[in-house]
Design a protein around this ligand. Structure first.
Ligand code: E4P
Length: 229
């Protein structure tokens, strides 16, 4: 499973790239709003991200009608060759996905909450479908099960569309999505950081370092006594 970062924060992306675990980035208007106090338009921010990470960068349309979505998708796609256009799933969105996919623009269909929505998006030509698992869990449904169903459905029909598990809230979501075969999970930076953590790792590092220091001290003592000091 490839790992994308779900953020518009360049510093978080730089750190994940340094760790060697950032295969792409997803953004949305809410994530951009979080960093909009810093300089730059959405376009500039997306281009800055594209300069940091060599992989797909999703940028979301905010228009509503099909014609308006198509025009906006063409504009967003022109920002950088790695840009993937995010379009929400509804009637206008589906028409726009079909039209721009036919022009070779890669689309990430967002706000997917059912297998049928994913089926329609993939049939219209979307390169990616993004089921939102955390928001489904929030209303008492099982987001990871939806990811599993969509992966199985796309696989059964040999669809080229890839599943991006989105709205990931915790590390359990990540391992569960990997277990059901999600192609990609897009993670908030804090979830990526949490994946690194384990108390036994911290305890193990501390005890290895303490043992190393003790062994060095013993070697020094032996050397000093051999030298007759
Ligand atoms: C990514 O493509 C989505 O926009 C994002 O994961 C949504 O996450 P949220 O439900 O935490 O806002």
């Amino acid at each position: 499973m490839r790992i994308f970062l779900d953020t518009a924060d360049s510093e978080e992306i730089r750190q994940a790239v340094r760790w060697g675990v950032c295969d792409g980035v997803t953004t949305n208007p809410s994530l951009f709003a979080k960093v909009s106090d810093r300089a730059g338009s959405y376009k500039e921010r997306v281009q800055e991200i594209a300069a940091i990470v060599d992989g797909p960068i999703s940028a979301e349309c905010v228009s509503r009608g099909a014609d308006e979505l198509v025009a906006e998708a063409r504009e967003i796609a022109s920002w950088h060759p790695n840009v993937v256009v995010k379009i929400p799933i509804d009637g206008a969105g589906l028409e726009a996905i079909s039209r721009v996919s036919g022009e070779g623009i890669r689309v990430n269909t967002t706000l997917i909450f059912s297998t049928n929505q994913a089926l329609l998006a993939a049939s219209a030509g979307a390169a990616y479908v993004s089921p939102f698992i955390g928001r489904l869990d929030d209303i008492g449904q099982d987001g990871v099960s939806l990811v599993a169903e969509i992966v199985e459905m796309l696989d059964r029909y040999h669809s080229p569309a890839q599943v991006i598990a989105a709205s990931v809230r915790h590390v359990g979501h990540v391992s569960a999505c990997a277990a059901v075969g999600a192609h990609i999970a897009t993670l908030p930076f804090k979830v990526l950081q949490a994946m690194l953590q384990h108390p036994l790792t911290d305890k193990g590092i501390a005890s290895f370092l303490a043992d190393w220091d003790r062994a060095q001290a013993q070697r020094r003592e032996r050397a000093e006594s051999a030298a007759g000091r």
